[in-house]
Design a protein around this ligand. Sequence first.
Ligand SMILES: Nc1ncnc2c1ncn2[C@@H]1O[C@H](COP(=O)(O)OP(=O)(O)OP(=O)(O)O)[C@@H](O)[C@H]1O
Length: 321
Amino acid sequence: MIHARALTRVFTVKKETVHAVRGIDLDVEAGSLVALLGPNGAGKSTTLRMLTTLLPPSSGTATVAGHDVAREPARVRARIGYVGQKSSAGENFQVRDELVSQGRCYGMTTAAAAERADELLDLLGLRAQARRKPGTLSGGQRRRLDIALGLVHRPDLLFLDEPSTGLDPRSRADIWEHITRLREVYGTTLFMTTHYLEEADTMAERVVIVDGGRIIADGTAGRLKNELAGDHITITTRTETEAATAAAVAASVTEAPDGVTVDGTTVRVRVARAPAALPAYLRALEEAGVGAATAETARPTLDDVFLTLTGRSLTDDDLPA
Ligand SMILES: Nc1ncnc2c1ncn2[C@@H]1O[C@H](COP(=O)(O)OP(=O)(O)OP(=O)(O)O)[C@@H](O)[C@H]1O
């Protein structure tokens, strides 16, 4: 459904060159749900905008739904839907009329557009808001309207740029319920960007992690976590000196050369199977005269994957652009 090769995009702003996307190779199969995950400025939106023909690539190629984004943009647009970060709904029409007029823009008859509008109002749970103006909708309802607008022409592939950003947890869960449903009903391929780790982890079948305009990891969340992060044991000690000893002792339970980090009196150790490794580690600490004040084990998160790959956390606010 998507095939990109060496896709790049460079921006020049006041003589400054920004390499937003630095050569992306990507293949997405029909029917899958792929999340592009990365920190602010990683190049997620720019990638999406190139794949949706909103922005010409500086170099490289991409075919989307069987058509080249640079040579056949109109054909690509006919087959895809795009839900951007900003709402695409106007303010003059009622919700249902927005959908009908969108259908008319795609060349549907008024009757066909009205039928499609009603189908989408039901699918996105907006029947009760059909006669309201978009400006009166809640954030979550408005996002659902945006998704409905992106689906009017029955696209094979829907691009969603940060679909749940800015919504409260309940509305986010609600949006996901609807996204999951539309997949079940239409089998639509979904390609989305997100910086919510848990969402990418639990909802996407495949996670593509980008950083600095490049793909740095690609696979199921489970595989990425197991292969690139592993479990962790975290202990706290009474003093920083004890923490240093605990870190030295940890070398006996971890196979990862860079698997031990110390932050004050907290020591974090990367291991293959934390519950199995913990008793041995506690014994080794006791022998070294270190008393652990607390000890816990944790399964990895996608943030641990990012940390392993880049040395930074995805949740840091001050990531370089
Ligand atoms: N129109 C533009 N002109 C100049 N620079 C741009 C433009 N659009 C994006 N950039 C730059 O390209 C880089 C990638 O931006 P992009 O919006 O693709 O990142 P992102 O991963 O989507 O980030 P976010 O999560 O904050 O939306 C950033 O450094 C950004 O400042």
